[in-house]
Write a protein of this length. Structure first.
Lengths: 117, 117, 117, 117
């Protein structure tokens, strides 16, 4: 038992895939296509909805939303694993870059954060 | 120190966001929009490429790909956290459902796995 | 001169592609990948924005938005053409189906239109 | 009768929407979200498939693919119309830009066309 739940999940995903002999389909392009498709299915939960509608939908459909989040997360976790990328280390490195790009003093509360500060 | 690297990352993401007062932008619809946008940026790495081109691109651009994977992962992790969803538990639940839906005996090596078995 | 501006555009797109010998990259999967990527670039214009922010952005960036709309439209037009699909006829057929699916009496003003009427 | 089939379609789309009082949902952000969702449904037709699988799928599912293309096209046409953008003129302008960016002499047959020529 590693105590690292994400690493245990990586191993379960590998096993699930290999039992089905699916590695041959799971090249980086196909996995990225599937991540984009699942991301759109997640987004579909909020299609046409305003703030109030989003919150009502979340209350009534939390499990379905969790399933869509999980679909994106599983393909993403597998893609990182297949490319030899440590997912947590990649997030740490990107968070460092974002901290440089969006210093607190300039970014605080700014809606156009991803345009031009 | 929890030994749980993903949970530590959740806490870093919360801190990063709150220092910048960005929670007001991070409702589930906006986060899902951002997940879809970042998923497309990841996919863009493989646009127009055949198998050989994908592999060559991976070799030369691993860090940029890791950054795009991290962008999707961070928004996804935050969305799960904001909705009170344990990301690993959601993945475990979905993997169980997938195991029911795609039993090894029927799914093994089948390309049309997500059409109709 | 056909008087049909979309058909003239189809012919210009074909010529542009063939002068560059790009047909070999433009199979239906690659074109669909590119449509999804360009759709995300269009969506990026509205990332994080509320209603007021969207309208202000539209006023200041109409030409850039028009470019992103055009990118999606060109790949979509080419994909239809490559598949022998008349784009306008396909829209007419889908509009008929939608009229059946969303009769005015039930769909009028309903926000959840694409959930369950 | 204008002889312009796309313009006639614009008018049919407006009528369809207004009979249902749906303009209030069809702001540019929501339409762009829907374009991205429909683009992913189109892409889903080609998920996991290799070249041969794509072609076989096209032969058996042309009408369903035409429906997905039409869904993207209708939202895109409406978005352009709502923003006062002439869709064909936008495509012409973008094709001009692309001709500058990808001159035949440099772009001919190059797979990495959208990376760096």
């Amino acid at each position: 038992m590693s105590g690292d739940r994400l690493q245990e999940m990586v191993e379960r995903i590998r096993k699930f895939r290999d039992e089905r002999d699916w590695m041959k389909f799971h090249d980086p392009k196909n996995l990225s296509v599937s991540i984009a498709i699942e991301a759109a299915e997640l987004l579909e939960h909020f299609q046409w909805k305003d703030d109030k509608g989003v919150m009502e939908h979340v209350d009534r459909h939390r499990d379905e939303i969790a399933d869509e989040i999980a679909d994106v997360a599983m393909y993403l976790t597998e893609l990182a694993d297949n490319l030899g990328i440590d997912l947590i280390a990649a997030m740490e490195a990107k968070l460092e870059k974002n901290a440089q790009k969006y210093p607190v003093a300039k970014a605080k509360g700014v809606a156009t954060k991803y345009d031009k500060l």
